[in-house]
Design a protein around this ligand. Structure first.
Ligand SMILES: N[C@@H](CCC(=O)N[C@@H](CS)C(=O)NCC(=O)O)C(=O)O
Length: 104
């Protein structure tokens, strides 16, 4: 099972939980927070050297960070990643858009 290190109030972590749910993946959720220092411990920095969430530990023990990279990994082989190149690029367009767009 994938382990998701998350801040429960983080939109980036919510996106990962949504894709996990849509793709039928079970995830183990572990709460960490910059507020209590748990994203700056040596143990957490070994998982993600920049101390950010979401960070996931895959079933094989490897770690992956960046919400969009995690979502693309979870969605691999599903209809969430369209087969058509243009449709796929349109999906990526939304991923890039939301990373820099902070308000309406
Ligand atoms: N581009 C990253 C942004 C990651 C990020 O900024 N995460 C915030 C929560 S949304 C975080 O880890 N904040 C705690 C900290 O900076 O220590 C992504 O999409 O995952």
């Amino acid at each position: 099972m994938i382990t998701l290190y998350e801040q429960p109030d983080s939109g980036n972590c919510y996106k990962v939980r949504l894709v996990a749910a849509h793709t039928g993946r079970q995830i183990k959720r572990v709460s960490v927070s910059s507020r209590d220092g748990s994203t700056r411990t040596p143990e957490f920095l070994a998982r993600n050297p920049i101390g950010k969430v979401p960070t996931v530990e895959l079933e094989d023990g490897r770690f992956l960070a960046e919400s969009n990279a995690i979502m693309l990994h979870l969605a691999e082989g599903t209809s969430l990643i369209p087969a058509d190149a243009y449709d796929r690029a349109k999906a990526y367009e939304w991923l890039f858009f939301e990373q820099y767009r902070r308000s309406a």
